[in-house]
Design a protein around this ligand. Structure first.
Ligand code: GAP
Length: 494
């Protein structure tokens, strides 16, 4: 995790929010490369789930909603975590997580020496287990109290109870309250889904682990409405679609680079299920902090639509033409965190390799996610014709992709810089490309393309660059494209 945090800051992916004022510790800012990576994740998600599917539509609901939404959804009463306070140092912990961190212990068996003991383990000298504050090791902890995680705010100019509302803690409710609007305006038949990407806010008691748990984050959520009276393949429609969405979501993360061995599914036990859920399965990822939730896929039944119908007095039903009756759809909810997905993609892509005795740090990001697709590098920055050609290539390619020009170091260094931020391809312009007028040599009009992962290089005519990158960045394997072109020596940059 330390390597990721440091690379993220050094290379402009992620900065601590308000860092010059000491930072908040619970919110993060995405820098120039981070915002590209984040937008790419959201773009491919939207393309795969909204644009390409005939049964899905998008929505962008407001963050501030009518306060009754949160009463109806159960968040005012149930969206709480149990917390405990240290009476000595005043630190606050989630009661259910307090044993998951290492704890400080002043051991009586060693004249009060201070030890930091791994989470959940007893002291190896005196044998006691933790009862006091895990951070200061001295204070008693208060009994657990429930703490609501929603951020409160006021709508309008008067700060009074009547104008109290909340920053949304999930994007889902914006979809439920718009169910009928979408149904009527778009004339849909069940099953269909509504997708939304947007910010959510939770006053987490213990935020931390970089962007894993923050107080402001983004979600990519789908509410997929199904007819509970129907069966598919002999199973109730909700159970069939729940399974389909679990498989689909797993496949989506694998498609964009998460390795099989770092992904697993975890079913929620009956006593862990949220108040609205019939079944929930989490996709967990093996983060640097251990196995943790990446996304949840819940069967929320008809709970939300019924609650909003009850509190608003509006019918939120679907007319089943075949059976001639109104039904309240069941909902399958695949819900992923954008920031957590970004952390997983970063962690999985990050490698430290040895190339010819030197360390190479590389982000093997999927080309669709990579913040920069192509870097154009002139081999000699003193040669005007080389520099001009390189700029012209950048200008042309940047009509379709995010492309950078860099001439601020020697070629080996430039390759390393691009490897470290995950740029899948570099284009090098050299003397061979433009020729040497002084010596009466004409150029061959070809440039070198270097592949980040294999470090192989090919010579490609300038007028084929656009079509070659359309293939490569459109998903073609390097080997299948490279085989058609002349190979060039090694691109290790050593
Ligand atoms: N609408 C259902 C819902 O919000 P959730 O499991 O509470 O379910 C869904 O959240 C996803 O949102 C999580 O799997 C996680 O990826 C992300 N998420 C939740 N809380 C987060 C936080 N404090 N920081 C970053 N991501 C968070």
């Amino acid at each position: 995790m330390d390597a990721l945090v440091s690379l993220s800051k050094r290379r402009g992916f992620i900065f601590q929010s308000s860092e010059i004022y000491g930072g908040t510790g619970s919110c993060w800012d995405y820098g120039p490369l981070g915002v590209e990576l984040k937008q790419n994740i959201k773009r491919v998600w939207w393309r795969d789930y909204v644009q390409r599917r005939p049964d899905m539509m998008g929505l962008d609901a407001s963050i501030l909603m009518h306060p009754t939404v949160w009463k109806a959804s159960g968040h005012v009463d149930n969206f709480t975590d149990p917390m405990v306070d240290c009476l000595e140092c005043r630190r606050r912990f989630r009661a259910d997580k307090v044993d998951e961190t290492p704890w400080v212990h002043y051991c009586p068996a060693t004249k009060g020496n201070k030890f930091t003991i791994p989470s959940g383990e007893p002291c190896s000298h005196c044998g006691v287990t933790r009862t006091l504050c895990p951070e200061c090791g001295k204070g008693e902890l208060t009994p657990p109290r429930q703490f609501n995680l929603m951020f409160k705010t006021f709508m309008g100019p008067v700060e009074e109870d009547a104008s109290l509302t909340y920053l949304r803690p999930e994007t889902a409710q914006g979809i439920f309250v718009n169910f009928d609007n979408v149904l009527q305006s778009m004339r849909r038949k069940l099953p269909f889904g509504i997708a939304q990407i947007g910010k959510a806010f939770r006053n987490e008691i213990t935020p931390g682990n970089f962007i894993f748990r923050t107080r402001e984050f983004e979600q990519m959520e789908i509410e997929f409405f199904v007819n509970p009276l129907e069966t598919v393949d002999g199973r109730p429609a909700d159970e069939y679609w729940h399974e389909r969405w679990i498989e689909d979501s797993m496949a989506w993360f694998r498609r964009y680079g998460l390795s099989e061995e770092n992904l697993r599914l975890r079913e929620h036990a009956a006593d862990e299920l949220a108040h609205y859920a019939k079944r929930t399965a989490d996709i967990e990822y093996h983060f640097p902090i251990g196995w943790s939730e990446l996304m949840g896929i819940a069967n929320r039944t008809d709970f939300d639509l019924k609650q909003h119908a009850k509190f608003s007095g509006k019918a939120l039903t679907y007319f089943d033409e075949e059976r001639k009756e109104h039904v309240v759809p069941y909902v399958i909810e695949p819900s992923a965190g954008v920031d957590r997905a970004l952390l997983a993609f970063l962690a999985d892509a990050h490698r430290e390799e040895e190339v010819r005795g030197e360390k190479r740090v590389v982000l093997r990001l999927h080309p669709e996610l990579a913040p920069i697709k192509v870097a154009v590098l002139p081999l000699l920055k003193k040669r005007d014709d080389i520099v001009r050609t390189a700029h012209a290539i950048r200008d042309e390619l940047s009509k379709d992709w995010s492309v950078v020009y860099d001439d601020t170091a020697a070629i080996g260094r430039l390759y390393r810089r691009q490897d470290e931020v995950g740029t899948p391809y570099c284009v090098t312009v050299d003397v061979q490309t433009v020729g040497d007028q002084a010596k009466g040599e004409v150029g061959d009009g070809k440039v070198t393309i270097r592949d980040r992962d294999s470090m192989e290089q090919i010579r490609v005519p300038l007028d084929s660059l656009g079509s070659v990158f359309r293939e490569l960045l459109g998903g073609a394997a390097w080997a299948s494209v490279a085989g058609r072109f002349e190979r060039k020596g090694d691109g290790t940059g050593a």
